[in-house]
Write a protein that binds this ligand. Structure first.
Ligand code: PSU
Ligand code: MN
Length: 320
C-alpha cells in the first residue's frame, strides 16, 4: 500500500521567502503543459521564473506531481510539466482526486490560485483567465476560475480573459461574483491577444504602488475574493485585430465541427489560433504573459513597502 503525501509541499526557497516576507509570485502550470506548444513551453517556464528573479522576487510555479501538490518547482519538475505525456489539467475540484489517487497534472488558474492562497502567497501572474464561453446558453460552459476567484483572497495579474470567450458576459459574471477588476494603465478591459477587448473597466491604477494600495485597502476592509489586475499587451506586440477576428470565427466553427467539449475546449481553440495565425497569436500570448509576470513582481515588491516609500539600496542598513 502506498502512503500518499497529502499536504501541499513548499520548496525550501519559497518557504524561506514567505517566512522572510520576500516578494513571491505564484505561476500556473496549465499554460506550460496544455497552453503552449513544445519545446517553447519549457523555455517559457524557465523564462517566467527568470523574470520574477530579475525583479527581485521568488517564483512559485505550482503543479501536482505524483499526488503531491507542489508550490515552487525545481528544474526537473518544470521539465516534467513541459514534456511528460498524459498530464492532467487540474482545476480546483480536481486537486482532491489528483492528490488522493497519486496522479500528476498541471494546475489552471483556479487550481493555482487556491494552492497559492493557502500557502500565503498574495500575488499570482498568468496569461488570460478562463471565463464564460460564447455558447454558454446551451453548454453552460463557464470556467471554474471565476467562482474560485470569488472565494479566494489573491491578486491575479492577467491580460484579461481569453478572447475565445464571451468577454462582456465574463465581465458581467465577475461583477455579480464581486471579483475586483482594476485596469492597469488602461480604462478598457484587455483582450488577451489584443490590447483592448472594447469593454470598459470601472477602475484603473497607474503604478504598482497604486495596485498595492488597493490590495491593502481590500485587506483592511475585509472585502472578499480576488483582485484582477488587467494588464494589456503593448500595442506593438498585439495580434492584428482584423486577423484575430477572422481566425477566431474559424476556430469556433472548427471546435463546433469537431465536437470538442469540456476541458478540451480551451486548449483546442488556443492551438487552432497558433496554427492559423502562423504563430502570431503565440507571440502575442507570450508577450502578454511576460508583461504580467514583470508587473506581478513589481506589485509584490510594492506590497513590502508600506506607503510605497522608495526601497532602500542594498546594504543601507535598514532592518528587513
Ligand atoms: N491562458 C492561456 N493559456 C492557458 C490558460 C489560460 O494563455 O492555457 C489556461 C488557464 O490555466 C486557465 C484555463 O485557468 O486555461 C481555463 O480553462 P477552462 O476554460 O477549461 O476552465
Ligand atoms: Mn470549461
Amino acid at each position: 500500500m502506498v502512503t500518499l503525501d497529502q499536504e501541499p509541499r513548499l520548496s525550501d526557497e519559497v518557504r524561506d521567502a514567505l517566512h522572510d516576507g520576500a516578494p513571491v509570485v505564484a505561476l500556473e502550470s496549465t499554460i506550460i503543459s496544455h497552453g503552449l506548444p513544445r519545446p517553447l513551453n519549457l523555455a517559457l517556464a524557465h523564462e517566467l521564473e527568470s523574470l520574477v528573479r530579475a525583479g527581485g522576487g521568488v517564483p512559485a510555479t505550482i503543479a501536482v506531481l505524483d499526488g503531491v501538490a507542489r508550490i515552487g518547482l525545481g528544474k526537473g519538475e518544470l521539465e516534467r510539466l513541459a514534456e511528460e505525456d498524459g498530464l492532467r489539467k487540474l482545476g480546483v475540484r480536481d486537486l482532491g482526486p489528483a492528490v488522493g489517487l497519486g496522479v500528476s497534472g498541471a494546475t489552471t488558474v483556479s487550481g493555482t490560485a487556491f494552492l497559492a492562497a493557502a500557502a500565503g502567497i498574495g500575488v499570482f501572474a498568468t496569461g488570460g483567465l478562463g471565463g464564460v464561453h460564447r455558447d454558454w446558453v446551451t453548454t453552460q460552459d463557464e470556467s471554474a476560475d471565476l467562482g474560485l476567484l470569488a472565494r479566494t483572497r489573491i491578486a491575479v495579474v492577467c491580460a484579461g480573459v481569453k478572447s475565445i470567450l464571451d468577454v462582456p458576459a465574463t465581465l458581467q459574471r465577475l461583477e455579480t461574483l464581486s471579483v475586483g477588476v482594476l485596469g492597469y494603465r488602461t480604462d478598457e478591459f484587455p483582450g488577451f491577444y489584443l490590447r483592448s477587448s472594447g469593454q470598459p473597466v470601472d477602475w484603473r491604477a497607474d503604478s504598482p504602488e497604486q495596485v498595492a494600495a488597493v490590495i491593502r485597502a481590500r485587506e483592511a476592509l475585509g472585502t472578499p475574493g480576488a483582485l484582477i489586475v488587467a494588464n494589456p499587451v503593448a500595442e506593438s506586440e498585439q495580434l492584428d485585430p482584423a486577423r484575430h477576428g477572422q481566425v477566431l470565427a474559424d476556430a469556433l466553427a472548427a471546435a463546433d465541427q469537431a465536437g470538442v467539449t469540456g476541458q478540451a475546449v480551451t486548449p483546442f481553440l488556443l492551438a487552432y489560433l497558433v496554427e492559423h495565425t502562423g504563430g502570431a497569436s503565440l507571440e502575442a500570448n507570450l508577450a502578454a504573459v511576460r508583461g504580467n509576470v514583470r508587473l506581478a513582481v513589481e506589485i509584490a515588491q510594492a506590497l513590502r513597502d508600506p506607503g510605497g516609500a522608495p526601497r532602500p539600496e542594498a546594504g543601507s542598513g535598514r532592518p528587513a
